[in-house]
Design a protein around this ligand. Structure first.
Ligand SMILES: CC(C)(COP(=O)(O)OP(=O)(O)OC[C@H]1O[C@@H](n2cnc3c(N)ncnc32)[C@H](O)[C@@H]1OP(=O)(O)O)[C@@H](O)C(=O)NCCC(=O)NCCS
Length: 163
């Protein structure tokens, strides 16, 4: 592994992340990166949210995509979401998975959130499909706590990290 880095999305890097894909079996776990960028656009312009969009790079090679937002209130029963950071989208391209890049990038994401770009927050949270065992294990091993009790059937499972 070279050095895993997060690079803010720009006109120059957008084509890099648009080329990244998960495997066929993982398609239900995360939106396409193009759709994520569209979602971010509307969150910023219509909902006035802050969204941080990054390419994940191994040295110069683009290997993944990460999107972080703040104060996302689109799931009503999640009290901790208010004024918290939300890891909204996260993927490593299918060709590069299983090399430690996901873990390294998640650590960088948490470091970034701890710099409090939108102000100090108590929590960082995310959610995942119940069948997404690889992501679940990764998040729990990084200190996220699963909130199964807040999860209705057919909903993604939320998990929270105290910052
Ligand atoms: C979840 C994801 C980002 C992890 O990225 P990654 O680069 O493969 O992760 P890493 O290589 O850092 O591995 C993290 C852990 O998962 C395990 N892992 C990774 N791929 C695995 C596989 N195919 N089978 C079993 N375990 C696997 C690793 O062994 C590692 O565990 P360890 O540190 O205890 O050994 C990646 O699998 C992915 O993009 N999945 C599809 C999209 C997705 O689900 N995003 C998250 C939505 S909530």
């Amino acid at each position: 592994m070279d050095q895993i880095r997060l690079e803010k999305l720009t006109r120059d890097t957008v084509d890099d992340v648009l080329k990244l894909r998960v495997s066929k079996e993982q398609k239900s776990f995360v939106a396409k990166n193009s759709d994520s960028i569209i979602d971010a656009y509307f969150a910023m312009t219509e909902d006035k949210k802050s969204v941080y969009i990054f390419g994940i790079y191994n040295g110069k090679k683009p290997v993944g995509f990460l999107m972080i937002s703040y104060n996302c209130d689109w799931r009503e029963n999640l009290d901790f979401a208010k004024n918290s950071y939300y890891i909204w989208r996260f993927m490593i391209d299918r060709r590069y998975q299983g090399n430690g890049y996901g873990r390294a990038a998640l650590k960088l994401a948490i470091d970034f959130v701890r710099t409090a770009p939108c102000g100090k927050a108590e929590y960082c949270w995310l959610s995942y499909e119940p069948e997404n065992e690889i992501a679940r294990k990764l998040y729990l091993s990084m200190g996220f706590e699963e909130k199964l009790e807040l999860c209705k059937e057919d909903e993604e499972i939320p998990a929270v990290l105290k910052l």
